[in-house]
Design a protein around this ligand. Structure first.
Ligand code: TXE
Length: 510
């Protein structure tokens, strides 16, 4: 291993390699062959060939393989965590959340998949289908493409692959070129347990991602809004369904009467866990006037005490994706130029790697990029508001709508506020509960995405339905509403419909 400065691009087309570095110190970790769209086509063909047998063994057979995979993950957790920490420049607590959630997802879908995938008998109410029997069957989208981001590389690829595998799909992963190592290891684990070859990965950048969109029957994407739009456009060419988890600009609202000590601890955790590189991380805090000064004082003291590093005594790691350092710097500079004040941090750290000091800003407003675009770094802007209505208005003044947190004087008040927030989840007095609960849907409003993961829908979206309908009783040669249309048949049909749709004597034509 050699030590260098982390690079802006991990792709080295001339050498035909993906170069992976530890962003915490620039150590060169590994080179992977940089694949081409043709490699994706070949990989997709192999997966397609294996998928019918995976579907044929049924949900019980698949659950057996996934239980073995669960055991492999449990046995290899420490190694996966170490790898995820190293390639992301992160503290180990963060990849530990990923491996924990992978096992949670395996347990949840092992329990739910048989019920979700079982044929559903539909009881018709309509007079139009009287005497008919309808059964809804679910079939997987044969090949699911999962394109992931670098902030939680295991969860945002394998975490989505798992429900698709339960559903009977084959899965083609495209991990971020920034952090492919832990995913590569997880794919190796699938092979190591001898499971059918229905999980594979292609390694590369945008071109490889685009080829995955072309090959897949369903695309699950996590990443930026700009790339999400490109994926949507590309998928439109073949009407391929997509589920998109895009950026966030999640607000935290702190109102009078809140438990300020907990609110401050939560704001610091929500703003700085995974070094602020969490789609649902706090990117804006709105604090009611009467508690503002005390809250800011608490937060600044706690942020100033955060320890930057990657060892087990550290709180906040490096920035995983080197260009992110420029984004963070540009957002802070723009805010300061427009009148914001930095109360702690506000600069790079003078050491090897991609380090930025945990930062708190005040005197911010919505004219600043920092309050409108995703910063995705260790920066927490705090804004003073007059009352709850202003906090709600500002929280909703965003193109994004992933989640929000509310601290208020009571759960009842917080729930009233939650009802007005334009987001996919509201955590009261807390952070990320919705994401750590695999039974809950996790998805965004507005430009934060389409569709969701988690919950039953997180598996059902990887399936297509087929209704099989037939008569429960011996059939007549014709039906009353078929040809030929005659006045007599029309009257009989009308009378039958009136009988069902009418109320009281109206049912009999009175
Ligand atoms: O994302 P990209 P990046 C935000 C965050 C960050 C910004 C950029 O603000 O600063 O996005 O991160 C693949 N067709 N989030 O550059 O470009 C790419 O190889 C198909 C928020 O990593 O969106 C990678 O695997 N795929 C987010 C994946 O898409 C393409 C988490 C994401 O890359 C492609 C991460 C194409 N044309 C970043 N071009 C969240 N929601 O949490 C690239 N890719």
């Amino acid at each position: 291993m050699t030590t260098t400065t982390p690079r802006a691009s991990h792709l080295d087309p001339e050498a035909g390699l993906i170069r992976v570095y530890d962003p915490a110190d620039g150590t060169h970790l590994a080179d992977l062959p940089l694949q081409q769209p043709l490699d994706v086509t070949e990989c997709a063909a192999g997966l397609r060939a294996a998928q019918p047998e995976w579907e044929r063994i049924g949900v019980t057979g698949r659950i057996e393989w996934l239980a073995r995979y669960r055991q492999w993950i449990v046995d290899n957790t420490d190694r996966l965590i170490a790898l995820g920490a190293r390639e992301g420049g992160r503290v180990r607590n963060e990849p530990m959340l990923e491996t924990t959630l992978l096992v949670e997802l395996l347990d949840y879908y092992s329990h739910r998949a048989p019920k979700l995938l079982a044929p559903r008998h539909i009881r018709p109410r309509s007079p139009l289908v009287l005497g008919k029997k309808l059964i809804e069957y679910r079939y997987p989208h044969p090949l699911v493409g999962v394109i992931g981001a670098w902030n939680f590389p295991m969860l945002l690829t394998i975490g989505d692959a798992l429900p698709a595998l339960f559903a009977g799909a084959a899965v083609l992963l495209k991990p971020s070129e920034v952090t492919p190592l832990a995913v590569r290891e997880l794919v190796r684990g699938w092979r190591e347990i001898g499971a059918p070859p229905v999980l594979a990965a292609s390694y590369g950048g945008g071109e490889v991602g685009a080829a995955v969109v072309d090959e897949a029957d369903f695309v699950q994407f996590t990443g930026s809004v700009a790339t999400g739009k490109r994926v949507l456009e590309r998928a439109a060419a073949t009407i391929t369904p997509v589920s998109l988890e895009l950026g966030g600009k999640d607000p935290c609202l702190v109102l009078a009467g809140a438990n300020l000590e907990r609110a401050a601890n939560c704001a610091v955790y929500g703003g700085f866990s995974n070094n602020g590189q969490v789609c649902m991380g706090f990117e804006r805090v709105y604090v009611e006037d009467s508690v503002y000064d005390r809250f800011v004082e608490l937060v600044v003291a706690k942020v100033a005490a955060l320890r930057s590093g990657t060892d087990d005594r550290s709180d906040v790691g490096a920035l995983t994706f080197p260009p992110q350092l420029d984004t963070v710097e540009a957002h802070v500079r723009d805010a300061v130029n427009r009148g914001a004040r930095v109360l702690t941090g506000g600069h790079r750290l003078d050491r090897n790697g991609t380090w930025y000091a945990p930062t708190v800003l005040v005197d911010v407003d919505h004219s600043m990029t920092l309050m409108r675009e995703e910063t995705f770094g260790p920066v927490l802007p705090i804004m003073r508001v007059g009352d709850a209505s202003e906090a709600i208005r500002l929280a909703n003044d965003s193109d994004f709508g992933l989640s929000a947190t509310v601290f208020a004087s009571s759960i009842a008040q917080a729930r009233k506020i939650a009802a007005h927030l334009q987001v996919g989840a509201v955590n009261i007095n807390d952070f990320l509960i919705n994401m750590t609960c695999v039974e809950a849907t996790q998805g965004g409003w507005k430009q934060s995405g389409i569709g969701s993961r988690g919950s039953d829908y997180g598996l059902l979206k990887f399936t297509r339905t087929k209704i099989v309908a037939h008569s429960r009783i011996p059939v007549a040669p014709s039906e009353i509403n078929w040809f030929p249309y005659t006045p007599g048949r029309r009257r009989a049909f009308r009378a039958a419909v009136r009988l069902f749709h009418g109320r009281g004597l109206g049912r009999f034509g009175f």
